[in-house]
Ligand binder design. Structure first.
Ligand code: F3S
Length: 755
């Protein structure tokens, strides 16, 4: 079986002691979130209380999951750490690179051809280093994780923003960048700012057309896309206990849309039933033994406002189905107001495509509820007016729903079943359209609906709703339709209404699958060869970065003085560059091409001090590197904000940039730079930014006595012979200084492995 019972037992065995220790230092009852966090401290028992939203804390997650797009660089880096095996159970899931076009079978065949080298690489690295491999077609990372790996009270990280889906099974599951995954797989601590806590009390019970999806659509409307930033949402109350485990997963999944660190439910009977139905009876019985630790202390439930930083209450009995959008997931419309909004705002009322499934909504329950609506189209002699697609989240769900005749129901109304993969959810959708410039509407049961997200077309208005509402709209073909009160004309000219959806939480005949798509790694990976074609333009093995030469850095050429906002997207753009995520040399051709040059206000146009000519940033850096000359980047405030993309730190390192000196850093990027062996420095006096001139050569002094808390010195050698000298700060601690000296954090691990 794909899960690790012994690991889970070990986690539960330390609960009592660690939670009691935490209660002592915190001096009050604990929420479930705090219990899980405090029992996963890297250093063991808590010795001090952590301040929410302030303290940076080292954790030891139980598990790592990676999807195929982000896994490439993570695993290339892991390989260079010189470890024999991953330190914690880890898995790779091939779900992002499959393009939806014709249907499951054909699309999967095409993906296997187009992405062969990437899949072969991921499979062989997984095999070698003890990582579970889920091949293309096995399913979407989050659905596979909740079916196989998530467990109540556990903690995991995943290299995808919707990793919090596992919160539906009581796990703290957080989306991270590849560099974090490498740390945990290499046995290093994983740092997180201790989150704030938002409590969501659910009362009442869902009924009629309302589903779990509507809970999170409502919460998104309340909190907006940034309202959850830096916080964990903990759901509780009788309403929470009435929701199915996968329904809880849907709610946690879309916590990403409000910026939440993650979301979480307490262990209950629904989770137990799901664990049992997915072949994990023994985990359920272990969880039963520590059940009191898998929920907040009673005092928290009695007086929640005392324990949460913010409290929201939703009565499920009164909750209406919602439709959110377009262009943002927090524009929340109760169905009773939606038709009016469509008319008033002039959004295209004609619905072109309805898409159900994805990692967010493809449970057995979701499929049965949507199928109960689809069936009515046939029996009530209605024709589906829109295109309609179904994306099962995993082979387990696909096989079971096919066995139970549910997929056939969708096909009967003209639905196309797509591969068990992200597909249109991540924009991997060759949408058929004859006029891409026409404003048009689609509705999905996915999570994100930003402009261009699903089909790359800025004219597409994407709305988000539950699978059953999407299905009803696809039948009506009209966004001004309200299935709760409106009638539809059928083929015979009669007025008919759709009945409320009926769902089945777990398959009565049990889940079934022939080939789930899992490939276990070799017990002894020593002899396994990792397959990378040296001629590949998508994959490249990493060479370790050179160690520090032991001297001060002198004569660094100014590569660019970036003006204003410089996010990780400015430093390492996404879009077409995603293809090169596993090839550091090729992807480095996007380095800083979005940053604005202070001197000419242009992007990707900087002066090459060796020739005096202006050229692209990557080419200029390469010219310095070819001559053995280091370079430096100067930046403004909050440099490197945005994603945790490690390429934004690796690319400058690869192209010979030795230091990034800015007014202030986004913390994750600063840490990523340190991990890659770069100098991440800040001006003591931000006005010194103005002293930097276009033709400067820069010295960084004081490295031989590089010490935590002691500033370094920067000398600007101007072309007219004059100089400016000032102090710069850094935040390196002792171990991080060792990373710098070794050339990177991974080099240091490699050195330790060898010694
Ligand atoms: Fe992401 Fe794939 Fe889900 S793209 S949102 S993991 S379906």
């Amino acid at each position: 079986m794909a899960f690790d019972l012994e690991m889970i037992k070990a986690v539960y065995a330390r609960f009592e002691e660690r939670i009691e220790a935490a209660k002592k230092v915190v001096g009050r009852p604990l929420t479930l979130t705090e219990k899980i966090l405090y029992s996963h401290l890297f250093d063991g028992k808590a010795s001090q209380p952590y301040e929410r939203g302030k303290s940076y804390v080292d954790f030891a997650p139980d598990r790592v999951a990676m999807q195929d797009a982000t896994a490439q660089m993570a695993l290339l880096q892991f390989m260079s750490a010189g470890k024999k095996k991953v330190a914690v159970p880890s898995t790779v899931h091939c779900d992002h690179l499959i393009q939806a076009e014709i249907g499951a079978k054909k699309d999967l065949e095409t993906a296997n051809k187009v992405n062969k080298e990437v899949y072969d690489f991921l499979a062989s690295v997984s095999n070698k280093y003890g990582i579970g491999f889920w091949k293309p077609g096995a399913g979407i990372i989050h659905q596979v994780v909740i079916e196989n790996y998530a467990f109540p009270g556990g903690m995991m990280i995943g290299t995808d923003s919707h990793t919090p889906n596992a919160g539906g099974l009581g796990m703290i599951a957080i989306g991270v960048g590849g560099a974090d995954a490498v740390d945990v797989m290499a046995g290093m601590p994983w740092e997180l700012k201790f989150p704030k806590l938002i409590g969501v009390k659910l009362t009442g019970k869902l009924n009629g057309w309302t589903s779990a999806k509507d809970v999170i659509l409502k919460v998104a409307g309340i909190l907006t896309v940034s309202g959850g930033t830096g916080a964990i949402l903990e759901y509780f109350g009788e309403g929470a206990e009435s929701l199915s485990c996968t329904g809880k997963g849907t709610i946690c999944n879309m916590g990403a849309e409000i910026g939440a660190t993650t979301s979480l439910f307490a262990y209950d009977q629904k989770m137990k039933a799901y664990l049992e139905a997915t072949g994990r009876k023994d985990i359920a019985s272990e969880a039963d033994k520590v059940a009191k630790h898998l929920r907040s202390d009673e005092e928290v439930y009695q007086n929640p406002s005392k324990f949460f930083d913010q409290l929201i209450e939703i009565n499920l009995s009164e909750l209406e189905p919602h439709v959110n959008g377009p262009f943002t997931p927090d524009l929340a419309w109760p169905i009773s107001k939606f038709a009016e909004a469509v008319k008033e705002k002039g959004w295209p009322a004609k619905l072109e495509v309805g898409l159900i499934g994805s990692c967010t909504n493809s449970s057995y329950e979701d499929i049965t509820r949507a199928a109960s609506i689809a069936k009515q189209a046939v029996t009530k002699k209605l024709k589906t007016k829109s295109e309609y697609t179904v994306t099962p989240g995993s082979e387990l769900v696909r096989f079971t729903t096919e066995r139970d005749g549910l997929l056939k129901v969708f096909e009967d109304i003209g639905g196309v079943v797509l591969a068990n993969a992200c597909g249109p959810c991540i924009g991997q959708w060759a949408r058929h359209t004859n006029d891409p410039n026409k404003k048009n509407s689609i509705i999905t049961s996915f999570n994100r609906n930003f402009a261009k997200r699903n089909d790359g077309n800025p004219n597409t208005h994407a709305f988000v709703a539950s699978p059953e509402i999407v299905t009803a709209f696809a039948i009506a073909g009209d966004l001004t339709f309200n299935p709760i009160k409106d009638k539809l004309k059928n083929e015979n000219g009669e007025d008919v209404m759709l009945d409320e959806p009926q769902g089945i939480e777990l398959p009565i005949k049990g889940f079934a699958v022939e080939d789930a798509g899992y490939i276990a790694p070799a017990i002894d990976g020593d002899k396994v060869q990792v397959i990378v074609d040296p001629k590949s333009d998508r994959l490249q093995l990493l060479e370790p970065f050179p160690a520090w030469e032991g001297t001060d850095l002198k004569g660094l050429k100014l590569l660019i003085k970036a003006k204003g906002k410089c996010t990780t997207d400015h430093i390492s753009m996404a879009g077409p560059w995603l293809k090169y995520r596993g090839h550091l040399d090729n992807i480095s051709n996007n380095m800083l091409i979005g940053a604005v040059n202070f001197y000419n206000e242009a992007t990707n146009k900087v002066k090459n001090q060796l020739t005096g000519a202006f050229g692209e940033v990557p080419a200029t850096a390469r010219a310095y590197k070819a001559k053995g000359i280091g370079s430096i980047v100067i930046g403004d405030n909050n440099y490197g904000e945005g994603s945790s993309r490690e390429h934004a730190a690796m690319e400058p390192r690869f192209l010979g940039v030795r230091a990034i000196l800015v007014k202030s850093f986004a913390r994750i990027h600063e840490t990523n730079l340190k991990k890659q062996g770069m100098l991440a420095l800040t001006f003591v006096n931000p006005a010194d930014y103005d002293k930097v001139r276009e033709d400067d050569s820069v010295d960084i002094l004081g490295l031989q006595s590089f010490t935590p808390g002691v500033p370094l010195t920067v000398v600007l050698n101007h072309s007219d012979g004059s100089k400016d000298e000032f102090k710069v700060n850094h935040t390196y601690n002792e171990p991080q200084i060792e990373w710098f000296k070794a050339g990177s954090a991974l080099n240091l691990i490699g050195l330790k492995e060898k010694s």
